[in-house]
Write a protein that binds this ligand. Structure first.
Ligand SMILES: [Cu+2]
Length: 145
């Protein structure tokens, strides 16, 4: 974010062009050992307004993504490009994996649209609550699933 002073050029009326932001977000995973349910909540920002994104927990890592493990409800951005989505996963006896999971937000409404954001789930202390930062997936890593 830069706050460079804008030249006040009266001849170039600047209409409300949207601020260019890059997508980012977090995924908060919480495991309740009593009912063995993982509740995962995506918080996304910087999306295209009204865009629709498939999101999943995949096996593997962001660098080497595996198959879909748990689906989120599709995340639908509001007019400001923000979105939230929840996944509820039942019968998880082992809790949040120490490694080998990653959270993926896809570019469009299906898993075949490529990968927009990804974050590796790291839970080496085996806690019941993990916050996963999501980062843009470089185009070179696009696999489309
Ligand atoms: Cu996926």
């Amino acid at each position: 974010m830069s706050f460079t002073a804008l030249a006040h050029d009266q001849n170039r009326h600047v209409t409300s062009s949207p601020t260019v932001t890059s997508p980012s977000g977090t995924a908060d995973l919480r495991w309740d050992p009593r009912n063995r349910v993982i509740t995962a909540t995506l918080h996304l920002r910087g999306l295209q307004p009204r865009s629709n994104h498939a999101a999943h927990i995949h096996t593997g890592s962001c660098a080497s993504m595996g198959k879909i493990l748990y689906p989120f409800k599709n995340a639908v951005a509001d007019a400001a490009g923000n979105a939230t989505s929840v996944a509820t996963v039942k019968n998880v006896t082992g809790g949040i994996s120490a490694k080998g999971w990653n959270v993926v937000v896809h570019r469009g409404s299906t898993a075949q649209t490529g990968d927009l954001l990804c974050g590796d789930v790291v839970n080496s202390k085996r806690t019941t609550s993990v916050s996963v930062p999501l980062r843009a997936v470089p185009a070179m890593h696009q696999k489309g699933a």
